[in-house]
Write a protein that binds this ligand. Structure first.
Ligand code: UTP
Length: 224
C-alpha cells in the first residue's frame, strides 16, 4: 500500500518526546519492511505555537506566523529523516513535486509544512492526492473522532466509523488560524472526500495503533 502517515506535533513535539520519535522511526521502517510505500508528514507542535506567539508579539502578520511554524515543522521532519538513515530521501520535501520525486526512488518521504494558510493535515491530504495514496493515517492526541469535542464535553462518545459528510458536524472552526488545533483540518477532509482517500484517526501516543490501522484492525476512527 501507499500510505501517508501524519504525525501530530501534539503527539511527538508537545513536549518533544524523543522516545516516541525513535519508536515512530522504527515503525516506519517496519512498514517499509512489510513492503509499503511510506510518506510521513509531521507538524511543529508546541514549538511551532511558541514561534507563532513570538511572531504575533513582534506584530507580524498571520502569513509570517504560519511561515515560522512551517520552518519548525520542517526541523522535526529533518530529525525523522536523519533517524531513517539511508531509507529516507536525501532531503525534507518542500514541494509536492519533491514529494513525488522522493517516493519514485522507493525511499521514505518526510515533509513538514508546505505553505501558509493551511495545516499539516491539509499537506498530508495534498500529498495523498498527488501520489494516489491508498490510506492516510493520522496519529493524534485523542483516541479518534468524537461526536463532540471531548476536551469540552465529558459525555462525548468516540465514533468507530464516520462518513466524510457527518464529520463536518464535529468541527468547531472551519477557517484557518495560525496554530489552530482540531482533530482533523476541515480543508484536509475536503480533499480526502473529493479524492476518495480513506482516513483513519488513531491515538498517536501508541505507534502500534498505526500498524494496527494499516493492517485493517479495528482501531481509532475510520473515515470514508
Ligand atoms: P499543524 O497544526 O498542522 O501541526 O501546524 P501540528 O503541530 O502537528 O498540529 P496538531 O498536532 O495536529 O495540533 C502548525 C501550524 O503551522 C502552520 C499553521 O499555522 C499551523 O497551525 N502551517 C503548517 C502552515 O501555515 N502551513 C502548512 O503547510 C503547515
Amino acid at each position: 500500500m501507499r500510505i501517508v502517515l501524519r504525525i501530530g506535533g501534539s503527539v511527538v513535539a508537545s513536549p518533544v518526546n524523543t522516545d516516541l520519535m525513535n519508536k515512530y522511526a522504527e515503525m516506519v521502517l517496519t512498514l517499509k519492511g512489510e513492503g509499503h510505500e511510506v510518506a510521513v508528514v509531521v507538524g511543529g507542535g508546541a514549538l511551532a505555537r511558541e514561534f507563532i506567539g513570538i511572531a504575533k508579539k513582534l506584530g507580524l502578520e498571520e502569513q509570517s506566523q504560519d511561515e515560522v511554524a512551517i520552518s519548525v515543522s520542517r526541523l522535526f521532519a529533518q530529525l525523522f529523516l536523519k533517524k531513517l538513515g539511508g531509507m529516507g530521501c536525501g532531503k525534507v520535501a518542500l514541494t509536492l513535486d519533491d514529494a513525488v520525486e522522493c517516493l519514485n526512488t522507493g525511499k521514505v518521504l518526510l515533509m513538514g509544512g508546505l505553505k501558509p494558510g493551511i495545516t499539516t493535515d491539509a499537506v498530508a491530504a495534498l500529498v495523498a492526492e498527488r501520489v494516489n495514496a491508498d490510506l492516510l493515517v493520522k496519529g493524534t492526541d485523542q483516541d479518534g473522532v468524537y461526536n463532540k469535542d471531548p476536551r469540552k464535553h465529558a459525555d462525548a462518545v468516540k465514533l468507530n466509523h464516520v462518513s466524510f459528510d457527518d464529520l463536518a458536524d464535529v468541527f468547531s472552526e472551519s477557517k484557518h488560524k495560525a496554530g489552530i488545533h482540531q482533530i482533523i483540518d476541515p480543508e484536509a477532509v475536503k480533499i480526502m472526500k473529493r479524492e476518495h482517500i480513506k482516513l483513519i484517526v488513531v491515538n498517536g501516543f501508541k505507534p502500534d495503533n498505526i500498524l494496527a490501522a494499516v493492517n485493517g484492525e479495528s482501531v481509532g476512527t475510520v473515515v470514508n
